[in-house]
Design a protein around this ligand. Structure first.
Ligand code: OGA
Ligand code: MN
Length: 224
């Protein structure tokens, strides 16, 4: 059984230089959680300028109507089921965010390489989307795996919300025991926070959001 582990980093530590080649990305905090528990929560992961660039680009794309209701399943089995998940998504490949997206990709690439070095997961690829949960939307308890494919190996969520408060709902609830409904950990979708977890190990859900909730959600895939 993986032991619960929650990485809480004091803001001062996040602004000090890191010892690896990742500059202002506190990647070692994510690695520590992943190594010890299979998941990590890293507040302040995104540099502040990048956070606002992604947020602004995401909201503009939303206003332009570029998002589509998210589906459940894939290929010919893909279905829109708002009673299971109510978010709307825009795949990063199709998002017109330019420079901010490029910087995000660079950071995620550093994370991929560091995770491969530390955990030998053999991650080769990242696929991800922007996701908007309109007020009232949620995503029921699930595992980030398709029935016919176990390539998604590391789930990765980065929140893009300003000044989220506990009354806004929309927490990510991570179930720490694969076989039981407790213990669990609720993470507020605060702008800049990164959550990573092993896709095949952790059931999770998004509780109903009371205001619009914006995130980048994606998956590192392993070699086929
Ligand atoms: C998902 C998901 C979590 C979140 O999109 O599969 O679980 O906090 N998202 O947005
Ligand atoms: Mn998920």
């Amino acid at each position: 059984m993986l032991q619960p582990f929650f990485v809480m980093i004091p803001p001062a530590a996040l602004s000090s230089p890191t010892t690896n080649a990742c500059q202002d990305w506190p990647i070692e905090h994510a690695l520590r959680g992943l190594c010890e528990a299979g998941y990590a929560v890293v507040p302040g992961f995104l540099p502040v300028g990048l956070l606002s660039g992604l947020r602004q680009g995401g909201l503009e794309a939303w206003e332009e109507g570029r998002f589509r209701p998210a589906g459940v399943g894939r290929g010919s089995g893909l279905q829109v089921r708002p009673r299971i998940r109510g978010d709307q998504v825009l795949w990063l490949d199709e998002a017109p965010i330019g420079g901010a997206l490029e910087r995000l990709r660079q950071g995620l690439e550093l994370l991929r390489l560091a995770v491969n070095r530390a955990l030998f997961l053999g991650l080769v690829d990242f696929e991800g989307h922007l996701a908007v949960y309109p007020p009232g939307a949620y995503y029921e308890k699930h595992l980030d795996r398709f029935r016919d494919s176990d390539l998604r190996t590391l789930s990765c969520v980065i929140y893009l919300n300003e000044a989220w408060s506990p009354g806004d709902g929309g927490e990510l609830r991570i179930y720490l025991d694969r076989e039981a409904s407790s213990p669990s950990l609720d993470v507020m979708p605060q702008g800049g926070t990164l959550v990573v977890f092993l896709s095949g190990e952790f059931f999770h859900e998004v509780l109903p959001a009371r205001r619009q909730r914006l995130a980048v959600t994606g998956w590192f895939k392993r070699r086929e």
